[in-house]
Design a protein around this ligand. Structure first.
Ligand SMILES: O=P(O)(O)OC[C@H]1O[C@](O)(COP(=O)(O)O)[C@@H](O)[C@@H]1O
Ligand SMILES: [Mn+2]
Length: 644
């Protein structure tokens, strides 16, 4: 398209000189506002309730704003009550309303609380344009709220006018709805943009609810985690990824995610499991609160767990063989077993095996699936690829996700940048071409997207590569020499379970190494930081999440309950507003009920990562860059169309 045509098109939208000028002025104004608050979370691992809480309280930002405004006029418990009302408006309203004896009492309370919420919204939106605030308001109440917000100058009898409106709202029985709307608006204003630095799926019970929440969220991006790509892989046609997700769901007693949530029929797998497998202590599911299993259910899951684990181990073999550059020959474990002696030799060391379940293994050809196994995995794959809900969730992961993200000068990524012990980028040769650093990650992402675009291909390089991202030595999502799943099931010696990490995980303490990585991604090493998830920060053992003189921030807090005893804490999140970055350490989240009843909102030690000397403006952000371009275009339009 020629430039003139382009301008003609644009002129249809901006059909007068004034309109162009207004838009330029509007954009210029936005550029000079303080940058919006970014909120970083990671490693959610299906813990929907805890995630909801962090999202709703904006990692403490909601309460901070309430304190700023009301410290002198409200008591501590009133502050807590107001905060809880903002987090969980529907439920908290019911609880509060139950305490009133008369209509009058309730009406007085409504009047006060609506005033508080309006004040809070006015404060929380002070760095946005009116138009942005309007978009965040509950649609049906925009007019009323704007009246309440803006009719507050000295020339109107503000109190009288305000009281009249609120009385009307109450008598028309709209107060509850208005309060709920105001609460959600507050939540939305407090955080402008959310980054999920990977691992939404696995271990915890409700990844699907997290996905639904993210889909509804006003502004979000995702950096895929190894567990997320495992699910993408399954959907994209990788049978070995599929076996893995089912194995992990069995292990964590979460098969209802597969069966009830995503509607995938497990009956064929269960039949196979019942036919070949018995009880086995190594495969009993982890029990978690809320889901008490009967003995029969536990036994069933134990059998399914073995059946699918064995399918997984078999499926790994041909991939390892057809992709020598995956460098995984050491993982051909079923071929390394001495079935008579019940031993396996790994890295030159021989181990006794226990809790084995090799009933379906053909010792001559251990990669061979039995006919039944083959049918089971085929049916599972069909079912997975035809789950509408899973399709919706995986499409969203693809649309909003990437392997890494450069955002406002920072590098966001889940796992690591594979490097050697001298800090040089590791090279991986794929189909005779070597890749390293950013280029390697870009190639990984291309393969993943290709695989997703071709779900009918199940054994091509792209599909195999998705599995490599889950478990490969130079995968930026995994970054360990190998995954010792087999060893943890069948070998007692803990030595064999060790997973040796890429040097990245200790070299990232080093400022120069982090700066080099930032340079590799064309980011300013002086200003930028790396935001990392994936490895739980062991606060108990004195580990600091802020590393390399602030160049590296690790925010896997372990929302995952399974990991909380090793971390000693229930997660870190990060906030980045116009004043700088704040790291928030979360205490263990008990339950929503607890927050509602007792206001226990265990907040959270803050450590200032950095304090900007000057407030950062939109101008200095990614969005600012885009707005500048738009302004340029509009200025050209002005010249072309109206100043001839
Ligand atoms: O805790 P589990 O279920 O045994 O899983 C352990 C496996 O998970 C991993 O830690 C990967 O998961 P994370 O990304 O959550 O760390 C593997 O390295 C390891 O083999
Ligand atoms: Mn991870």
């Amino acid at each position: 398209m020629t430039n003139t045509k382009y301008f003609d098109l644009l002129a249809q939208k901006y059909d007068s000189e004034e309109k162009v000028a207004t838009e330029i002025i509007n954009l210029e104004a936005i550029l000079n506002l303080p940058k919006g608050t970014e909120h970083f979370v990671s490693d959610l691992h299906g813990e929907f309730q805890a995630f909801q809480h962090v999202l709703r309280n904006g990692s403490g930002k909601v309460k901070e704003k309430i304190r700023d405004l009301f410290l002198d006029v409200l008591s501590e418990s009133e502050i807590n009550e107001l905060a809880t009302l903002v987090y969980y408006p529907e439920e908290k309203l019911q609880l509060i309303k139950n305490n009133f004896q008369s209509e009058q009492e309730l009406s007085d309370w409504y009047t006060d609380i609506i005033a508080h919420l309006i004040k809070l919204i006015s404060y929380a939106s002070s760095k946005y344009t009116r138009s942005k605030l309007r978009k965040a308001l509950p649609k049906q109440f925009v007019y009323i709220i704007e009246e309440l917000l803006y009719k507050t100058d000295e020339f109107t009898n503000k109190k009288h006018y305000y009281t009249k409106i609120v009385q009307q709202i109450i008598s028309l029985r709209q107060a509850d709805k208005l309060i709920i709307g105001l609460a959600y608006t507050t939540q939305r204003l407090v955080v402008d943009h959310l980054h999920v630095v990977g691992d939404i799926y696995d271990r915890g019970p409700d990844p699907d609810k997290i996905m639904d929440t993210l889909i509804r969220y006003h502004s979000v991006d995702i950096q895929w985690g190894n567990h997320d790509v495992l699910w993408i892989g399954a959907f994209a046609g990788s049978k070995v990824c599929l076996a893995n997700i089912i194995r992990i769901c069995a292990r964590y007693n979460n098969l209802d995610i597969i069966e009830d949530v995503y509607g995938i029929n497990l009956r064929p797998l269960l039949n196979l499991a019942e036919k070949y497998y018995e009880d086995n202590p190594a495969f009993r599911p982890k029990q978690h609160s809320g889901k008490k299993l009967t003995d029969h259910e536990e036994l069933q899951i134990t059998k399914i767990h073995q059946a699918i684990a064995m399918i997984q181990f078999k499926l790994e073999i041909p991939i390892i063989k057809r992709r020598p550059y995956f460098n995984m020959m050491e993982r051909l474990l079923l071929e390394k077993i001495d079935y008579k002696k019940n031993e396996v030799t790994i890295h030159g060391k021989t181990y006794q095996l226990k809790n084995t379940c090799f009933m379906t293994v053909n010792q001559e050809k251990p990669e061979q699936l039995t006919t039944e196994e083959e049918q089971v995995i085929e049916k599972l794959l069909f079912s997975v690829q035809h789950s509408e809900k899973l399709a919706r969730h995986m499409n969203f992961l693809m649309n909003k996700g990437s392997l890494y993200l450069r955002y406002n000068g920072n590098l966001l990524l889940h796992g690591c940048i594979p490097i050697d012990k001298n800090g040089n980028m590791e090279k991986m040769v794929i189909e005779d071409k070597a890749y390293a650093g950013r280029e390697l990650l870009d190639v990984f992402e291309q393969y993943l997207r290709h695989s997703f675009a071709h779900p009918e291909r199940t054994e091509d390089l792209a599909t195999d590569m998705v599995w490599y991202l889950w478990t490969g030595e130079f995968s930026s999502l995994f970054g360990k020499r190998e995954m010792t799943t087999f060893e943890r099931y069948f070998i007692e010696d803990k030595e064999a379970h060790k997973e040796i990490k890429n040097p990245y995980y200790y070299l990232r303490e080093n400022e120069e190494v982090c700066k080099e990585i930032l340079r590799e991604f064309s980011l300013d090493p002086e200003q930028g930081r790396i935001i990392n998830g994936h490895t739980p920060v062991k606060e108990i053992a004195g580990e600091n999440p802020i590393k390399a003189n602030g160049k590296m921030i690790v925010i896997d807090g372990g929302f995952s309950k399974a990991y909380q005893s090793t971390t000693g804490i229930a997660g870190y999140t990060l906030l980045y507003n116009s004043y700088g970055m704040q790291l928030v350490a979360h205490k263990k989240f008990t339950s929503k009920q607890d927050v509602l009843l007792n206001g226990t909102d265990v907040l959270s030690v803050k450590r200032l990562v950095d304090k900007e000397l000057e407030r950062k403006k939109v101008l200095e952000t990614n969005i600012g860059e885009k707005l500048l371009q738009e302004i340029q275009i509009l200025k050209s339009l002005l010249e072309y169309s109206y100043m001839k």
